[in-house]
Write a protein that binds this ligand. Structure first.
Ligand SMILES: [Mn+2]
Length: 323
């Protein structure tokens, strides 16, 4: 049982380092803050790290300002919790320091998780890492106060698209119900996470939709944007989150793809699908994720060639699937 090993480990260590992934989403941030608060209340010395800017829409989460962006070169020994990361590359520039820093506990729900930890708590049936943290807190009898409940609710609401996606299970809803009983305001959280955006976001969306293309024969739709456009509007890359769904949600489309060409000369690709396993397609390009939501980065290519290469791979996958 994972929780037994985990509680043994926790009884032996005072210093706790919690990390989550680059381009953090609500699950990454909410899970890390909740787990951090739970262990801090349990008497541990906790530090939380993220190799990326925390989007401003999460400013309402308690203690979000404690998240640090530089991992120390030689921190006092302790337990390193890596949350919501399928592989260590998701730690971006922090990776090399982190893997030398101590015992790694990998807590994640991605089907593509590489089990890189000394202890791996990987539950692919969980809708969110926040749902796993919720389970662990019950198993370890750690109290769920209002702040922790809010962070966990934000985490679970994020990864389920407000309980709309197929990953939502009865257990997910039981967890959410328990969090609401602790006083969480679901309307406030969905407004903060889903329903508010800066002016720049809507201009970016307009420009992205102007590039929308549908394949002539196969149910694939895609859009692209270049980082230069973001600079024009003073926008941040995090504002692109969710754009890919406009392609996927088109009636009759199976796979929606969003291509983001960076000034560094690479293309970040986001896939969403209705039934096709896009984590396998992302995997062909060194990426990963979930069957219905995945991503990869094409290094050294930021233009039509990257798009052609990926679209061809998606087409091949759909043709093989239809046979
Ligand atoms: Mn997640």
């Amino acid at each position: 049982m994972n929780s037994r090993e985990l509680s043994d480990l926790l009884s032996k260590h005072e210093n706790i380092y919690i990390l989550t992934h680059t381009l953090p989403d609500g699950d990454a941030i909410g899970s890390a803050l909740a787990w951090g608060a739970a262990l801090r209340h349990h008497g541990k010395k906790v530090r939380i790290f993220c190799p990326g800017v925390i989007p401003r829409k999460y400013d309402f989460l308690p203690d979000v300002s404690v998240i640090e962006h530089v991992f120390p070169p030689a921190p006092p020994p302790g337990i390193i919790f890596i949350l919501d990361c399928g592989d260590l590359d998701r730690l971006d520039y922090m990776r090399d320091r982190v893997i030398k820093a101590g015992i790694i506990v990998n807590i994640d729900h991605h089907g593509t998780n590489l089990h890189f930890g000394d202890l791996n708590i990987v539950d692919t049936s969980a809708a969110a890492t926040g749902e796993i943290i919720y389970n662990l807190m019950l198993q370890l009898r750690l109290p769920l106060d209002f702040g922790i409940s809010m962070c966990l609710y934000a985490a679970i609401a994020s990864d389920t698209g407000s309980f709309k996606y197929g990953n939502t299970t009865s257990h997910t809803l039981h967890a959410a119900a328990a969090l609401l009983e602790n006083g969480v305001d679901p309307a406030l959280i969905s407004q903060k996470i889903f329903d508010e955006y800066p002016h720049s976001t809507i201009y970016l969306l307009r420009d992205a939709l102007a590039t929308l293309q549908l394949d002539d024969t196969l149910p694939i739709a895609w859009m692209n944007l270049h980082e230069d456009v973001l600079d024009d509007y003073g926008a941040k890359a995090e504002e692109l989150e969710g754009f890919v769904n406009y392609a996927k949600n088109i009636h009759g489309i199976e796979v929606g793809i969003f291509f983001y060409h960076t000034s560094k000369g690479e293309t970040k690709v986001g896939f969403r699908s209705k039934t096709v396993d896009v984590s396998a397609i992302a995997g062909n390009f060194g990426g990963g994720g979930h069957p219905r939501a995945a991503g990869c980065t094409i290094k050294g290519q930021a233009g039509p060639d990257a798009i052609r290469m990926v679209i061809q791979d998606v087409k091949d996958t759909l043709v093989i699937k239809s046979r």
